[in-house]
Design a protein around this ligand. Structure first.
Ligand code: GRF
Length: 194
């Protein structure tokens, strides 16, 4: 069994999609859901599912480096084979990404390499894009720029707002992330398109 830790900052809908996919003959199991925000909605959802949870509030640490050292120490306790970032809103330094190299996945709400960073849906609407989507990629020291493992595309509608587009992309995320994780833990690496 591959041990999967999931890092969140918010509602955790992607975490739920991942956790609920790891059943039966799936080769992965969730071993920890960790949030950098106390009271993040996803924590209760993880507890409901009987998954070990932890809070590591970045504000309690002097700097990014100290926070990340504590994060690595907490992760080491559960010895994860894979670390899924699922709405985890902290940038990670190369010190952290090198420590866990090849094992960290992230989901980003754009069709990378378009729109790394924040406000992806507003930027897609502003550009007049006909399609938007989400990307799962391996995390390296460069923000939102690691090797792409899979993408889900959705149409942009003429009357879309940031909210309606975000909601449509999120549905795609919930299908994409578990599909990519399942392939990743089985050692299949060819990029997936959905
Ligand atoms: C998702 O859109 C994810 O791509 C982005 O933040 C959102 C998190 O949503 N990075 P949730 O916490 O998984 O519901």
């Amino acid at each position: 069994m591959k041990r999967v830790a999931i890092l969140i900052s918010g509602g955790g809908s992607n975490m739920v999609a991942l956790a609920d996919s790891m059943v039966g003959d799936h080769p992965g199991r969730p071993v920890l859901v960790l949030s950098n925000v106390a009271g993040a909605g996803g924590l209760a959802k993880a507890e409901d599912r009987g998954i070990e949870t932890a809070v590591l509030a970045h504000r309690d640490f002097g700097d990014r480096r100290e926070f990340e050292r504590a994060l690595s120490a907490r992760l080491e306790k559960v010895a994860p084979d894979v670390i899924c970032l699922a709405g985890f809103m902290r940038m990670l330094t190369p010190e952290f990404t090198d420590r866990w190299a090849g094992r960290i996945l992230n989901i980003h709400p754009s069709l990378l390499p378009k729109y790394p960073g924040l406000n992806t849906h507003a930027r897609a609407l502003e550009a007049g894009d006909t399609h938007a989507g989400a990307t799962v990629h391996l995390v390296t020291g460069d923000l939102d720029a690691g090797p792409i493992l899979g993408q889900a595309r959705v149409p942009v509608r003429a009357d879309d707002t940031v909210e309606t587009l975000a909601a449509r992309v999120l549905i795609g995320e919930h299908a994409l992330y578990p599909a990519v994780l399942a392939r990743f833990v089985r050692g299949e690496v060819a990029p997936l398109s959905m």
